[in-house]
Design a protein around this ligand. Structure first.
Ligand code: ADP
Ligand code: MG
Length: 491
Protein backbone atom coordinates (compact mmCIF):
# COMPACT_ATOMS: atom_id res chain seq x y z
CA UNK A 1 0.00 0.00 0.00
CA UNK A 2 1.33 3.39 -0.94
CA UNK A 3 1.74 6.02 1.69
CA UNK A 4 1.27 8.72 -0.89
CA UNK A 5 -2.35 9.39 -0.30
CA UNK A 6 -4.41 11.43 -2.62
CA UNK A 7 -5.67 14.92 -2.31
CA UNK A 8 -9.23 15.66 -3.29
CA UNK A 9 -9.84 16.83 -6.82
CA UNK A 10 -12.76 19.18 -6.79
CA UNK A 11 -15.30 18.34 -9.46
CA UNK A 12 -17.63 20.95 -10.92
CA UNK A 13 -20.31 20.32 -8.32
CA UNK A 14 -19.61 22.31 -5.17
CA UNK A 15 -17.93 20.28 -2.51
CA UNK A 16 -17.87 17.04 -4.41
CA UNK A 17 -14.63 15.27 -4.81
CA UNK A 18 -13.13 12.12 -6.05
CA UNK A 19 -9.69 10.89 -5.21
CA UNK A 20 -6.74 10.52 -7.48
CA UNK A 21 -3.86 8.25 -6.67
CA UNK A 22 -1.12 10.84 -6.28
CA UNK A 23 -0.81 13.60 -3.82
CA UNK A 24 -0.96 16.98 -5.43
CA UNK A 25 -0.43 20.32 -3.79
CA UNK A 26 -2.78 20.71 -0.91
CA UNK A 27 -4.68 23.95 -0.88
CA UNK A 28 -4.75 25.66 2.47
CA UNK A 29 -8.02 27.51 2.49
CA UNK A 30 -7.01 30.34 4.76
CA UNK A 31 -4.59 31.45 7.40
CA UNK A 32 -6.32 29.39 10.05
CA UNK A 33 -4.22 26.34 9.51
CA UNK A 34 -1.10 28.27 10.39
CA UNK A 35 0.99 26.94 13.21
CA UNK A 36 1.04 30.05 15.32
CA UNK A 37 2.28 29.16 18.75
CA UNK A 38 -0.25 29.63 21.42
CA UNK A 39 0.50 30.74 24.93
CA UNK A 40 -3.03 30.60 26.09
CA UNK A 41 -3.57 27.78 28.66
CA UNK A 42 -7.30 27.32 28.03
CA UNK A 43 -6.73 27.11 24.30
CA UNK A 44 -3.72 24.81 24.63
CA UNK A 45 -5.63 22.39 26.81
CA UNK A 46 -8.67 22.57 24.55
CA UNK A 47 -6.59 21.76 21.48
CA UNK A 48 -5.04 18.82 23.27
CA UNK A 49 -8.43 17.49 24.39
CA UNK A 50 -9.87 17.84 20.87
CA UNK A 51 -7.04 16.08 19.11
CA UNK A 52 -7.99 13.23 16.80
CA UNK A 53 -4.76 11.72 15.45
CA UNK A 54 -5.16 8.91 12.93
CA UNK A 55 -5.06 6.01 15.45
CA UNK A 56 -7.72 7.73 17.52
CA UNK A 57 -9.90 8.26 14.45
CA UNK A 58 -9.44 4.58 13.60
CA UNK A 59 -10.80 3.71 17.06
CA UNK A 60 -13.77 5.99 16.51
CA UNK A 61 -14.55 4.38 13.14
CA UNK A 62 -14.26 0.91 14.68
CA UNK A 63 -16.46 1.82 17.62
CA UNK A 64 -19.13 3.24 15.27
CA UNK A 65 -18.93 0.05 13.21
CA UNK A 66 -19.35 -2.04 16.41
CA UNK A 67 -22.43 -0.06 17.35
CA UNK A 68 -23.80 -0.43 13.82
CA UNK A 69 -23.52 -4.20 14.11
CA UNK A 70 -24.99 -4.18 17.62
CA UNK A 71 -27.93 -2.09 16.42
CA UNK A 72 -28.54 -4.42 13.48
CA UNK A 73 -28.53 -7.43 15.80
CA UNK A 74 -31.18 -6.30 18.26
CA UNK A 75 -33.34 -3.25 18.83
CA UNK A 76 -31.40 -0.88 21.09
CA UNK A 77 -28.29 -3.04 20.87
CA UNK A 78 -25.96 -0.08 20.41
CA UNK A 79 -25.84 3.72 20.38
CA UNK A 80 -26.91 3.72 16.74
CA UNK A 81 -30.59 2.84 16.34
CA UNK A 82 -30.01 1.32 12.89
CA UNK A 83 -33.66 1.87 12.02
CA UNK A 84 -35.37 -0.25 9.38
CA UNK A 85 -36.83 2.22 6.89
CA UNK A 86 -39.07 -0.17 4.94
CA UNK A 87 -37.47 1.24 1.82
CA UNK A 88 -36.23 -1.80 -0.07
CA UNK A 89 -36.42 -0.37 -3.56
CA UNK A 90 -34.69 2.81 -4.56
CA UNK A 91 -35.95 4.79 -7.55
CA UNK A 92 -35.40 3.19 -10.93
CA UNK A 93 -35.99 6.21 -13.16
CA UNK A 94 -39.29 4.88 -14.52
CA UNK A 95 -41.44 6.83 -12.05
CA UNK A 96 -44.29 8.86 -13.56
CA UNK A 97 -46.89 11.33 -12.32
CA UNK A 98 -47.25 14.24 -9.92
CA UNK A 99 -45.83 13.78 -6.44
CA UNK A 100 -44.94 15.97 -3.50
CA UNK A 101 -42.27 16.20 -0.90
CA UNK A 102 -42.54 17.74 2.53
CA UNK A 103 -39.39 18.23 4.51
CA UNK A 104 -39.39 18.94 8.21
CA UNK A 105 -36.01 18.58 9.77
CA UNK A 106 -34.55 21.65 11.30
CA UNK A 107 -34.63 25.37 10.92
CA UNK A 108 -36.62 25.23 7.72
CA UNK A 109 -39.60 23.46 6.35
CA UNK A 110 -39.68 22.78 2.62
CA UNK A 111 -42.38 21.77 0.23
CA UNK A 112 -41.84 20.59 -3.32
CA UNK A 113 -43.93 19.36 -6.24
CA UNK A 114 -42.38 17.09 -8.86
CA UNK A 115 -43.90 16.08 -12.17
CA UNK A 116 -42.15 12.87 -13.21
CA UNK A 117 -42.08 11.83 -16.84
CA UNK A 118 -40.56 8.34 -16.73
CA UNK A 119 -37.24 7.12 -18.07
CA UNK A 120 -37.05 9.50 -21.02
CA UNK A 121 -38.44 12.75 -19.71
CA UNK A 122 -37.33 12.39 -16.08
CA UNK A 123 -38.26 15.47 -14.02
CA UNK A 124 -40.60 17.44 -16.26
CA UNK A 125 -41.39 20.21 -13.79
CA UNK A 126 -40.64 20.98 -10.20
CA UNK A 127 -41.48 23.82 -7.86
CA UNK A 128 -40.47 24.37 -4.28
CA UNK A 129 -40.85 26.73 -1.40
CA UNK A 130 -38.92 27.09 1.83
CA UNK A 131 -40.52 28.40 4.96
CA UNK A 132 -38.68 29.07 8.19
CA UNK A 133 -40.22 27.57 11.28
CA UNK A 134 -41.06 30.11 13.97
CA UNK A 135 -39.10 29.32 17.13
CA UNK A 136 -42.23 29.08 19.24
CA UNK A 137 -43.62 26.29 17.07
CA UNK A 138 -40.56 24.16 17.77
CA UNK A 139 -41.49 24.02 21.43
CA UNK A 140 -45.28 24.33 21.14
CA UNK A 141 -47.98 21.75 20.59
CA UNK A 142 -48.26 19.25 17.74
CA UNK A 143 -51.54 20.89 16.61
CA UNK A 144 -49.76 24.22 16.24
CA UNK A 145 -46.78 22.78 14.36
CA UNK A 146 -48.72 20.55 11.98
CA UNK A 147 -51.46 23.16 11.55
CA UNK A 148 -48.78 25.58 10.38
CA UNK A 149 -47.36 23.03 7.95
CA UNK A 150 -50.77 22.10 6.54
CA UNK A 151 -51.66 25.75 6.02
CA UNK A 152 -48.43 26.39 4.10
CA UNK A 153 -48.94 23.24 2.09
CA UNK A 154 -52.48 24.31 1.19
CA UNK A 155 -51.30 27.67 -0.11
CA UNK A 156 -48.49 26.01 -2.05
CA UNK A 157 -50.91 23.66 -3.82
CA UNK A 158 -53.32 26.53 -4.46
CA UNK A 159 -50.59 28.33 -6.45
CA UNK A 160 -49.90 25.32 -8.69
CA UNK A 161 -49.98 26.01 -12.44
CA UNK A 162 -52.15 23.46 -14.31
CA UNK A 163 -49.99 24.00 -17.40
CA UNK A 164 -46.99 22.50 -15.61
CA UNK A 165 -48.43 20.09 -13.08
CA UNK A 166 -51.10 17.53 -13.75
CA UNK A 167 -52.61 15.07 -11.31
CA UNK A 168 -54.08 11.96 -12.82
CA UNK A 169 -57.85 11.84 -12.41
CA UNK A 170 -59.26 10.08 -9.40
CA UNK A 171 -56.01 10.30 -7.49
CA UNK A 172 -55.13 12.00 -4.28
CA UNK A 173 -51.98 14.03 -4.18
CA UNK A 174 -49.33 11.77 -2.67
CA UNK A 175 -46.57 13.02 -0.43
CA UNK A 176 -43.15 11.76 0.52
CA UNK A 177 -42.78 13.15 4.02
CA UNK A 178 -39.22 13.74 5.13
CA UNK A 179 -39.20 13.89 8.88
CA UNK A 180 -35.66 14.13 10.11
CA UNK A 181 -35.97 13.09 13.70
CA UNK A 182 -35.56 9.61 15.14
CA UNK A 183 -38.69 7.67 14.22
CA UNK A 184 -39.61 4.08 14.85
CA UNK A 185 -40.93 3.20 11.46
CA UNK A 186 -43.82 0.72 11.47
CA UNK A 187 -44.42 0.68 7.71
CA UNK A 188 -43.41 2.78 4.74
CA UNK A 189 -46.18 5.26 5.59
CA UNK A 190 -46.27 5.32 9.35
CA UNK A 191 -43.86 5.77 12.21
CA UNK A 192 -43.77 6.96 15.78
CA UNK A 193 -41.49 9.65 17.06
CA UNK A 194 -38.81 8.26 19.35
CA UNK A 195 -37.47 11.59 20.55
CA UNK A 196 -37.07 15.15 19.43
CA UNK A 197 -33.58 16.45 18.68
CA UNK A 198 -32.03 19.65 17.27
CA UNK A 199 -33.85 22.00 19.62
CA UNK A 200 -37.34 20.72 18.90
CA UNK A 201 -39.52 19.84 21.87
CA UNK A 202 -43.12 19.75 20.64
CA UNK A 203 -45.27 18.53 23.49
CA UNK A 204 -47.12 15.24 23.56
CA UNK A 205 -45.67 13.80 20.40
CA UNK A 206 -43.12 11.25 21.51
CA UNK A 207 -44.53 7.79 20.84
CA UNK A 208 -47.16 9.21 18.45
CA UNK A 209 -47.55 8.45 14.74
CA UNK A 210 -46.19 11.50 12.95
CA UNK A 211 -48.05 10.67 9.73
CA UNK A 212 -51.35 10.60 11.59
CA UNK A 213 -50.54 14.03 13.05
CA UNK A 214 -49.94 15.43 9.57
CA UNK A 215 -52.98 13.69 8.05
CA UNK A 216 -55.21 15.10 10.78
CA UNK A 217 -53.91 18.62 10.17
CA UNK A 218 -54.33 18.29 6.39
CA UNK A 219 -57.88 17.10 6.88
CA UNK A 220 -58.62 20.04 9.12
CA UNK A 221 -57.40 22.32 6.33
CA UNK A 222 -59.54 20.55 3.72
CA UNK A 223 -56.48 19.22 1.90
CA UNK A 224 -57.07 16.08 -0.14
CA UNK A 225 -53.55 14.69 0.20
CA UNK A 226 -52.01 11.59 1.71
CA UNK A 227 -48.56 10.56 2.91
CA UNK A 228 -47.37 7.55 0.87
CA UNK A 229 -43.85 7.43 2.21
CA UNK A 230 -42.40 8.55 5.50
CA UNK A 231 -38.67 8.96 5.06
CA UNK A 232 -35.69 10.41 6.75
CA UNK A 233 -33.70 13.13 4.97
CA UNK A 234 -30.78 10.73 4.68
CA UNK A 235 -33.02 8.23 2.91
CA UNK A 236 -34.40 11.03 0.74
CA UNK A 237 -30.88 12.10 -0.18
CA UNK A 238 -29.91 8.53 -0.95
CA UNK A 239 -33.03 8.02 -3.13
CA UNK A 240 -32.69 11.37 -4.88
CA UNK A 241 -29.02 10.83 -5.63
CA UNK A 242 -29.61 7.26 -6.77
CA UNK A 243 -32.10 8.56 -9.37
CA UNK A 244 -29.19 9.94 -11.35
CA UNK A 245 -26.36 7.65 -10.28
CA UNK A 246 -26.46 3.92 -9.73
CA UNK A 247 -23.39 3.69 -7.50
CA UNK A 248 -24.82 5.80 -4.70
CA UNK A 249 -24.86 3.63 -1.58
CA UNK A 250 -24.79 6.15 1.28
CA UNK A 251 -26.65 9.36 2.01
CA UNK A 252 -25.15 11.68 4.62
CA UNK A 253 -26.65 14.84 6.05
CA UNK A 254 -24.48 17.51 7.59
CA UNK A 255 -26.67 20.49 8.37
CA UNK A 256 -28.26 21.62 11.60
CA UNK A 257 -28.14 18.01 12.66
CA UNK A 258 -26.53 14.98 11.10
CA UNK A 259 -27.46 11.51 9.98
CA UNK A 260 -26.46 8.80 7.56
CA UNK A 261 -28.40 6.11 5.70
CA UNK A 262 -27.06 3.34 3.55
CA UNK A 263 -27.93 0.28 1.51
CA UNK A 264 -27.55 -2.85 3.64
CA UNK A 265 -27.81 -6.50 2.70
CA UNK A 266 -30.82 -8.07 4.42
CA UNK A 267 -28.85 -11.13 5.44
CA UNK A 268 -26.62 -8.86 7.54
CA UNK A 269 -29.59 -7.64 9.63
CA UNK A 270 -30.32 -10.24 12.33
CA UNK A 271 -33.16 -8.17 13.82
CA UNK A 272 -35.02 -8.16 10.51
CA UNK A 273 -37.57 -10.83 11.25
CA UNK A 274 -38.84 -11.33 7.74
CA UNK A 275 -38.79 -14.61 5.91
CA UNK A 276 -36.76 -13.29 3.05
CA UNK A 277 -33.19 -12.47 3.83
CA UNK A 278 -32.18 -11.83 0.27
CA UNK A 279 -31.87 -8.44 -1.34
CA UNK A 280 -31.18 -5.09 0.21
CA UNK A 281 -32.89 -2.54 2.36
CA UNK A 282 -32.10 0.97 3.50
CA UNK A 283 -30.91 1.40 7.07
CA UNK A 284 -31.23 4.72 8.80
CA UNK A 285 -28.26 4.65 11.15
CA UNK A 286 -29.22 7.65 13.35
CA UNK A 287 -25.49 7.94 13.82
CA UNK A 288 -25.89 11.21 15.69
CA UNK A 289 -26.71 9.01 18.69
CA UNK A 290 -23.18 7.60 18.86
CA UNK A 291 -21.71 8.61 22.20
CA UNK A 292 -18.85 6.25 23.13
CA UNK A 293 -15.30 6.88 21.94
CA UNK A 294 -15.26 10.63 21.49
CA UNK A 295 -12.84 13.41 22.44
CA UNK A 296 -15.11 15.05 25.02
CA UNK A 297 -13.92 18.28 26.56
CA UNK A 298 -15.28 20.12 29.55
CA UNK A 299 -17.06 22.44 27.10
CA UNK A 300 -18.84 19.54 25.41
CA UNK A 301 -19.88 18.21 28.79
CA UNK A 302 -21.26 21.55 29.91
CA UNK A 303 -23.12 22.13 26.65
CA UNK A 304 -24.50 18.61 26.79
CA UNK A 305 -25.66 19.04 30.38
CA UNK A 306 -27.66 22.13 29.36
CA UNK A 307 -29.18 20.42 26.30
CA UNK A 308 -32.70 18.94 26.17
CA UNK A 309 -31.18 15.44 25.79
CA UNK A 310 -28.17 15.23 28.10
CA UNK A 311 -25.88 12.25 27.61
CA UNK A 312 -27.34 11.52 24.20
CA UNK A 313 -26.38 12.33 20.62
CA UNK A 314 -22.85 13.29 21.62
CA UNK A 315 -21.52 12.61 18.11
CA UNK A 316 -24.14 14.92 16.64
CA UNK A 317 -23.20 17.52 19.24
CA UNK A 318 -19.58 17.42 18.05
CA UNK A 319 -20.07 17.32 14.31
CA UNK A 320 -23.25 19.12 13.32
CA UNK A 321 -23.98 22.75 12.54
CA UNK A 322 -26.27 23.40 15.43
CA UNK A 323 -23.48 23.01 17.97
CA UNK A 324 -20.10 24.05 16.54
CA UNK A 325 -20.67 27.76 17.16
CA UNK A 326 -21.89 27.10 20.68
CA UNK A 327 -18.80 25.05 21.57
CA UNK A 328 -16.58 27.88 20.32
CA UNK A 329 -18.57 30.40 22.34
CA UNK A 330 -18.10 28.34 25.50
CA UNK A 331 -14.35 28.13 24.98
CA UNK A 332 -14.10 31.87 24.28
CA UNK A 333 -16.14 32.57 27.38
CA UNK A 334 -13.74 30.62 29.55
CA UNK A 335 -10.76 32.26 27.85
CA UNK A 336 -12.35 35.59 28.65
CA UNK A 337 -13.11 34.64 32.25
CA UNK A 338 -9.54 33.53 32.82
CA UNK A 339 -8.32 36.81 31.25
CA UNK A 340 -6.80 35.18 28.22
CA UNK A 341 -9.08 37.17 25.97
CA UNK A 342 -11.04 40.39 25.57
CA UNK A 343 -9.78 42.40 28.53
CA UNK A 344 -11.36 42.69 31.98
CA UNK A 345 -15.05 42.35 31.32
CA UNK A 346 -17.12 39.43 30.18
CA UNK A 347 -19.35 40.70 27.36
CA UNK A 348 -23.04 39.90 27.80
CA UNK A 349 -23.37 38.42 24.33
CA UNK A 350 -20.49 36.07 24.99
CA UNK A 351 -22.41 34.70 27.95
CA UNK A 352 -25.53 34.11 25.87
CA UNK A 353 -25.98 30.50 24.70
CA UNK A 354 -26.07 29.95 20.94
CA UNK A 355 -25.32 33.61 20.22
CA UNK A 356 -22.35 32.59 18.10
CA UNK A 357 -23.41 30.38 15.22
CA UNK A 358 -21.59 28.00 12.92
CA UNK A 359 -22.14 30.44 10.04
CA UNK A 360 -20.08 32.97 11.99
CA UNK A 361 -17.22 30.52 12.45
CA UNK A 362 -17.26 29.90 8.73
CA UNK A 363 -17.23 33.61 7.98
CA UNK A 364 -14.27 34.14 10.31
CA UNK A 365 -12.30 31.24 8.87
CA UNK A 366 -12.77 32.67 5.40
CA UNK A 367 -10.92 35.82 6.42
CA UNK A 368 -7.69 36.17 4.45
CA UNK A 369 -6.83 39.74 5.40
CA UNK A 370 -3.55 40.36 7.24
CA UNK A 371 -5.26 41.98 10.19
CA UNK A 372 -8.22 39.59 10.22
CA UNK A 373 -10.73 42.35 9.57
CA UNK A 374 -13.69 40.07 9.08
CA UNK A 375 -12.92 38.24 12.31
CA UNK A 376 -12.84 41.61 14.04
CA UNK A 377 -16.16 42.68 12.63
CA UNK A 378 -17.91 39.39 13.32
CA UNK A 379 -16.70 39.56 16.93
CA UNK A 380 -17.85 43.15 17.14
CA UNK A 381 -21.22 42.65 15.48
CA UNK A 382 -22.15 39.35 17.06
CA UNK A 383 -20.46 39.33 20.45
CA UNK A 384 -19.98 43.08 20.86
CA UNK A 385 -16.29 42.79 21.67
CA UNK A 386 -13.36 44.68 20.27
CA UNK A 387 -10.57 42.24 19.64
CA UNK A 388 -6.95 43.03 18.85
CA UNK A 389 -5.03 41.05 16.26
CA UNK A 390 -3.66 38.49 18.70
CA UNK A 391 -7.15 37.90 20.10
CA UNK A 392 -8.58 37.53 16.62
CA UNK A 393 -5.95 34.92 15.87
CA UNK A 394 -6.84 33.01 18.98
CA UNK A 395 -10.51 33.10 18.16
CA UNK A 396 -9.78 31.67 14.74
CA UNK A 397 -7.68 28.96 16.34
CA UNK A 398 -10.59 27.98 18.55
CA UNK A 399 -12.90 27.87 15.52
CA UNK A 400 -10.41 25.77 13.63
CA UNK A 401 -9.97 23.34 16.52
CA UNK A 402 -13.72 22.73 16.78
CA UNK A 403 -14.23 22.47 13.04
CA UNK A 404 -11.23 20.21 12.59
CA UNK A 405 -12.49 17.81 15.22
CA UNK A 406 -16.02 17.90 13.76
CA UNK A 407 -14.96 17.33 10.18
CA UNK A 408 -12.55 14.52 11.08
CA UNK A 409 -15.09 12.73 13.26
CA UNK A 410 -17.66 12.98 10.46
CA UNK A 411 -15.08 11.41 8.16
CA UNK A 412 -14.56 8.54 10.62
CA UNK A 413 -18.30 7.83 10.55
CA UNK A 414 -18.34 7.71 6.76
CA UNK A 415 -15.41 5.30 6.85
CA UNK A 416 -17.28 3.04 9.28
CA UNK A 417 -20.20 2.78 6.84
CA UNK A 418 -18.02 2.37 3.76
CA UNK A 419 -16.15 -0.48 5.44
CA UNK A 420 -19.40 -2.15 6.53
CA UNK A 421 -20.70 -2.03 2.96
CA UNK A 422 -17.42 -3.36 1.69
CA UNK A 423 -17.49 -6.21 4.18
CA UNK A 424 -20.92 -7.34 2.96
CA UNK A 425 -20.56 -6.68 -0.76
CA UNK A 426 -16.87 -6.62 -1.69
CA UNK A 427 -17.85 -4.08 -4.31
CA UNK A 428 -14.66 -2.06 -4.09
CA UNK A 429 -12.68 -5.27 -4.16
CA UNK A 430 -14.33 -6.10 -7.44
CA UNK A 431 -13.45 -2.71 -8.86
CA UNK A 432 -16.86 -1.09 -8.36
CA UNK A 433 -17.24 2.52 -7.37
CA UNK A 434 -19.11 3.58 -4.26
CA UNK A 435 -20.64 7.02 -4.12
CA UNK A 436 -21.50 8.90 -0.93
CA UNK A 437 -24.21 11.50 -1.47
CA UNK A 438 -23.79 14.47 0.85
CA UNK A 439 -26.26 17.17 1.71
CA UNK A 440 -26.66 19.92 4.26
CA UNK A 441 -25.49 23.49 4.51
CA UNK A 442 -22.64 22.70 6.90
CA UNK A 443 -20.99 20.47 4.30
CA UNK A 444 -21.92 22.76 1.45
CA UNK A 445 -20.79 26.05 2.89
CA UNK A 446 -17.88 25.29 5.18
CA UNK A 447 -14.78 24.53 3.09
CA UNK A 448 -12.51 23.87 6.08
CA UNK A 449 -14.99 21.37 7.48
CA UNK A 450 -15.07 19.56 4.15
CA UNK A 451 -11.29 19.49 3.97
CA UNK A 452 -10.88 18.07 7.43
CA UNK A 453 -13.45 15.44 6.63
CA UNK A 454 -11.53 14.54 3.49
CA UNK A 455 -8.28 14.35 5.48
CA UNK A 456 -9.86 11.74 7.73
CA UNK A 457 -10.96 9.67 4.72
CA UNK A 458 -7.49 9.86 3.24
CA UNK A 459 -5.85 8.85 6.51
CA UNK A 460 -8.21 5.97 7.24
CA UNK A 461 -8.83 4.52 3.81
CA UNK A 462 -5.57 5.06 1.99
CA UNK A 463 -5.54 3.80 -1.56
CA UNK A 464 -9.02 2.26 -1.27
CA UNK A 465 -10.17 5.81 -1.81
CA UNK A 466 -9.69 5.55 -5.54
CA UNK A 467 -12.99 3.60 -5.59
CA UNK A 468 -14.89 6.18 -3.61
CA UNK A 469 -16.51 9.45 -4.59
CA UNK A 470 -18.07 11.97 -2.27
CA UNK A 471 -20.75 13.92 -4.11
CA UNK A 472 -22.46 17.00 -2.93
CA UNK A 473 -26.05 16.44 -3.98
CA UNK A 474 -27.77 19.63 -2.99
CA UNK A 475 -31.41 19.42 -2.08
CA UNK A 476 -32.04 16.06 -3.70
CA UNK A 477 -33.74 14.75 -0.57
CA UNK A 478 -36.99 16.45 -1.65
CA UNK A 479 -36.79 14.84 -5.06
CA UNK A 480 -35.91 11.55 -3.34
CA UNK A 481 -38.92 11.77 -1.04
CA UNK A 482 -41.24 12.53 -3.98
CA UNK A 483 -39.73 9.58 -5.87
CA UNK A 484 -40.31 7.30 -2.90
CA UNK A 485 -43.92 8.51 -2.76
CA UNK A 486 -44.13 7.41 -6.41
CA UNK A 487 -42.44 4.06 -5.73
CA UNK A 488 -44.85 3.46 -2.86
CA UNK A 489 -47.97 4.95 -4.46
CA UNK A 490 -51.25 3.25 -3.53
CA UNK A 491 -52.44 3.53 -7.13
P1 ADP B 1 -31.35 21.66 8.01
O1 ADP B 1 -30.26 20.84 8.57
O2 ADP B 1 -32.03 22.49 9.02
O3 ADP B 1 -32.26 20.90 7.11
P2 ADP B 1 -29.42 22.99 6.31
O4 ADP B 1 -28.93 21.80 5.63
O5 ADP B 1 -29.70 24.21 5.51
O6 ADP B 1 -30.75 22.78 7.10
O7 ADP B 1 -28.36 23.33 7.43
C1 ADP B 1 -28.46 24.49 8.20
C2 ADP B 1 -27.30 24.51 9.15
O8 ADP B 1 -26.08 24.54 8.42
C3 ADP B 1 -27.28 25.71 10.04
O9 ADP B 1 -27.94 25.43 11.25
C4 ADP B 1 -25.81 25.95 10.27
O10 ADP B 1 -25.38 25.23 11.38
C5 ADP B 1 -25.14 25.38 9.06
N1 ADP B 1 -24.77 26.45 8.15
C6 ADP B 1 -25.59 27.22 7.42
N2 ADP B 1 -24.89 28.12 6.71
C7 ADP B 1 -23.60 27.90 6.99
C8 ADP B 1 -22.38 28.51 6.59
N3 ADP B 1 -22.34 29.53 5.75
N4 ADP B 1 -21.27 28.02 7.09
C9 ADP B 1 -21.29 27.00 7.95
N5 ADP B 1 -22.39 26.40 8.38
C10 ADP B 1 -23.53 26.84 7.91
MG1 MG C 1 -31.89 19.32 5.94
Amino acid sequence: MSLMFSSPVVTPTIGSFTFSSRRSNYIVMSAVRSNSASTCPVLTKFQKDCATPTPYLRNVANAIADDMRAGLAVEGGGDLDMILTYVDALPSGNEEGLFYALDLGGTNFRVRSVQLGGKKKRVVATESEQISIPQKLMIGTSEELFGFIAAKLASFVAKEKPSRFRLEEGRKREIGFTFSFPVKQTSIDSGTLIKWTKGFKVSGMEGKNVVACLNKAMEAHGLDMRVSALVNDGVGTLAGARYSEEDVMIGVILGTGTNACYVEQKHAIPKLQSKSSSGTTIINTEWGGFSKVLPKTIFDQEMDAKSPNPGEHLYEKMISGMYLGEIVRRVLLQMCETSDLFGQFVPVKLSTPFELRTEHLCEMQADTTDDLQTVGSVLYNILEVEANLQERRRVVEVCDTVVKRGGRLAGAGIVAILEKIEKETKRMGSGKRTVVAMDGALYEKYPQYREYMQDALVELLGDKLSHIAIKHTKDVSGLGAALLAATNSIY
